[in-house]
Design a protein. Structure first.
Length: 416
């Protein structure tokens, strides 16, 4: 039975997709509220930069420790049940922290533990969410479904959640966390109402272990030339983005000469670019003839944006470059996720997506360290110029992988 009707390249909201979209967008709103409040609470508990960095690192570490495990579990369990259960647990954890804040009992160690626990649970949730979408929409329209999902999340996070967080923090430091807890619980109810899978989960071979199942997912990713190239490009891209984010305040204010007020507007341009990118991503894919080609084009555009950011010291130029960078980044994300979902069997999708995420996320903290060191040795704009070279390499990696894929699929003329 088909749960979502397809008309051209559009995805209808009935059949579960609308509820999944609503849950994802609502959760992103709550996450944006919490992410603004989190560093403010941490800064109120300590003035030590090192301790603040420990709290930040606690939010990255679980992906490196448990990312592959989360993908394997997502392929073992009922994904719908796993997702709503995780959201209930996350909602209760954040609610408990809100109560501790309201009572004046919050400590920095608790904040670090909360960041670690939420991200650990996220490793299961995100991989299950990636794997469940192809069960709700036909695979040919996955780019459209992903684009709508990511656009809604970008709107909720950038233009609703972040501004609302400032108002909520002013009203009470515990309030943003209470709102975040509520969004988790409502999202859990929406996910619990999704249609049950029509086909039962695939049986695991006798004697199968989590280690062998994780290895099977990694092998699948490695042997798919196009996904392997996309994964490497994702690592390189996240290395650049992680480094750029770490230095962006210095690039915009010190190099480009923006005031504090203009700094916020420049950052908003990047968020707006992400929304526009979600709206045009599928059109770009159709225009250039496929998701891989769209990724190559978008990575090339990002290369040019980085040259502007590092080479033109003016706030308007930086804002325009960041806006286009955001558009191109969303095009890359939509098509890479869609290619993964289209090219991977359902019973391996959680593990393959977790391998991609683990490799990609590792690039962000590494990039922050490398770009920070480079800025110390040179000037604050130089890392953006170096990032342009890395992003160009990412475009070449995807282009070569796509070309090799086309050559492999080309019919061979045999002489008899």
């Amino acid at each position: 039975m088909t749960t979502v009707a397809e008309s051209g390249d559009t995805v209808r909201w009935r059949g579960g997709y609308g509820r999944l979209w609503s849950a994802a967008v609502l959760s992103r709103f709550g996450d944006a509220v919490r992410n603004v409040a989190f560093p403010l609470v941490a800064a109120g508990l300590t003035t030590s930069p090192f301790l603040l960095s420990v709290v930040s690192a606690a939010g990255y570490l679980p992906w490196l420790l448990f990312g592959l495990l989360g993908g394997a579990l997502a392929d073992r369990v009922d994904r719908r049940r796993a997702m709503w259960t995780v959201d209930v647990v996350r909602g209760l954890l954040v609610a408990a922290f809100a109560v501790a804040l309201a009572l004046g009992q919050a400590h920095l160690a608790v904040l670090a533990v909360l960041a670690f626990a939420l991200t650990t649970l996220q490793t299961l949730f995100d991989n299950a969410a990636t794997a469940i979408l192809p069960t709700l929409v036909p695979r040919p329209v996955l780019p459209s479904a992903n684009a709508r999902l990511m656009t809604g999340q970008a709107l909720a996070g950038t233009f609703l959640g972040a501004p609302a967080a400032g108002l909520l923090v002013t009203a009470g430091v515990a309030l943003p966390f209470a709102v975040d807890a509520a969004t988790y619980l409502v999202a859990a109810a929406l996910i619990a109402s999704l249609p049950r899978p029509v086909a039962p989960a695939a049986r695991r071979p006798a004697g199968s272990t989590l280690r062998t199942e994780i290895a099977a997912g990694v092998r699948r990713l490695w042997h798919d030339r196009l996904l392997r190239g996309g994964c490497l490009a994702n690592l390189l891209g996240n290395l650049v983005i992680g480094g750029l984010q770490a230095l962006l305040v210095l690039i915009i204010t010190r190099w480009a000469g923006a005031s504090d007020v203009v700094f916020g507007l420049v950052l908003a341009a990047y968020g707006a670019g992400g929304v526009v990118g979600g709206l045009v991503a599928t059109r770009v894919g159709r225009w250039v003839g496929g998701g891989a080609t769209a990724m190559v084009l978008a990575l090339a555009v990002q290369t040019g944006c980085l040259l502007v950011i590092g080479g033109v010291p003016h706030p308007a130029a930086t804002a325009a470059a960041l806006a286009v960078f955001g558009v191109a980044g969303m095009v890359v994300n939509v098509h890479f996720v869609s290619l993964t979902q289209q090219r991977t069997p359902d019973d391996l999708l959680g593990r393959v997506s977790s391998a991609e995420r683990t490799v990609g996320i590792a690039g962000a903290p590494l990039g922050a360290l490398l770009f920070g060191a480079l800025a110390e040795l040179t000037e604050v704009n130089v890392p953006a110029l170096a990032g342009a070279g890395i992003m160009a390499l990412a475009a070449v990696v995807v282009q070569r992988a796509a070309r090799a894929e086309r050559l492999d699929d080309r019919p061979v003329n045999r002489v008899v």
